[in-house]
Design a binder for this molecule. Structure first.
Ligand code: UFG
Length: 330
């Protein structure tokens, strides 16, 4: 079976491509415009098609040419802060880009879609752990675009043959265990890579954004999930659709929350390095606690996280950062 992976040169995409390769029967073909993805992350043995999801004609051609059976769709803009200052970019790349993909899939007769969604669709939850049927009230443009895409996919699924799974990730982190691929965003805004860059001395200090949250140590709690466990979930979701299973939205988290301070302390322990930590005001739009219930994906898809302890997440990311202190290109 041939699987088109849009955004397959990005962080989660590249790990999913590796996981697909290991299945032997699901063959990944990467489709990426390389605007934020890294060509170096695509293995030589995988076909890379450089193209843009806005180009319906080209997409349709690729879907037919490679006899694609299913699409895993990562290609998107994904910086929460930027989405607030440049909403046009987010509605264009995420909503309109996915509409173009859906049209191309429909016209090419490709029916199976696994979509990279986010915990940001829930906004500030009233209670935790968050279940899939909780209210979806995103507090930022990024989350709103992902929610609109989920609605679009639902409408396409009702009208046509199409089926989809939306995976709502909590905090993706970690890297492939061999240290050859990992997280390389520009600018980097995520907590764990920023702490690791500080441990390496590439950054001077790590700032804690907010110490007055209603949590045990006053800092935000997040549910960190290893990128390898995320990658496996995409494969399970694609197999589920290919076997005629029912689609829908699934949370992807480890069901445990760790505070910013706990992650900093754990990083000091795992790396054996000490570094400067400062305290700053809250970052706008950060919910105090985001923890997933992953009962649905465990029950329906048989998903089991295997690498999502904070030790393994931090140790694997540390291995990547040590081998590539300035990311891919340098
Ligand atoms: N944080 C700091 N200092 C930093 C960076 C982050 O204290 O320098 C804190 C944040 O305030 C937050 C926690 O660390 O409390 C995690 O922040 P990240 O930026 O790593 O991740 P987010 O929880 O903000 O974002 C993640 C995903 C988004 C997704 C969002 C859902 O990265 O894609 O969850 O709310 F939209």
């Amino acid at each position: 079976m041939n699987i088109l992976v849009t955004g397959g040169a990005g962080y989660i995409g590249s790990h999913t491509v590796r996981a697909l390769q290991q299945t032997k029967d699901l063959i990944p073909i990467v489709f990426d415009n390389l605007s934020t993805g890294h060509e170096e992350s695509v293995p030589d043995s995988v076909q890379l098609v450089t193209g843009d999801i806005h180009d319906v004609f080209f997409l349709k051609h690729i879907l037919s040419e490679y006899e694609i059976d299913g699409v895993i769709h990562f290609a998107a803009s994904s910086l929460v802060g930027e989405s607030m200052t440049d909403p046009a970019k987010y509605y264009y790349n995420n909503v309109e880009g996915t509409l173009h993909l859906l049209i191309a899939m429909h016209e090419a007769g490709v029916d199976n879609l696994v979509f990279s969604s986010t915990a940001a669709v829930y906004g500030e939850p009233e209670k935790t752990p968050i279940e899939e049927d909780f209210p979806t009230v995103p507090t930022n443009v990024y989350g709103r675009t992902k929610l609109q895409i989920e609605t679009m996919m639902k409408d396409f699924a009702m009208a046509y043959e199409m089926k989809y799974v939306a995976l709502r990730y909590f905090n993706a982190a970690g890297a492939d265990l061999d240290g050859t691929i990992g997280e390389d965003h520009s600018p980097e805004t995520h907590l764990i890579p920023l702490i690791l860059k500080t441990a390496q001395g590439v950054r001077d200090h790590i700032s804690i954004f907010g110490t007055d949250y209603p949590t045990a140590d006053g800092t935000c709690l997040r549910d960190y999930i290893h990128v390898l466990d995320l990658a496996q979930a995409h494969i399970l979701a694609m197999r589920h659709l290919l076997q005629g299973g029912e689609g829908g939205a699934f949370n992807l988290g480890s069901e445990k929350g760790f505070s910013v301070r706990e992650i900093i302390d754990k990083t000091k322990e795992v790396t054996g390095r000490d570094f400067r930590v400062t305290e700053e005001a809250r970052r706008a739009g950060d919910p105090a606690v985001l923890i997933a219930s992953s009962e649905k994906i465990r029950r329906v898809l048989g998903w089991q996280p295997e690498h999502s302890s904070t030790e393994e997440i931090i140790a694997s990311a540390w291995k990547w950062h040590q081998a590539h202190p300035y990311g891919y290109a340098k």
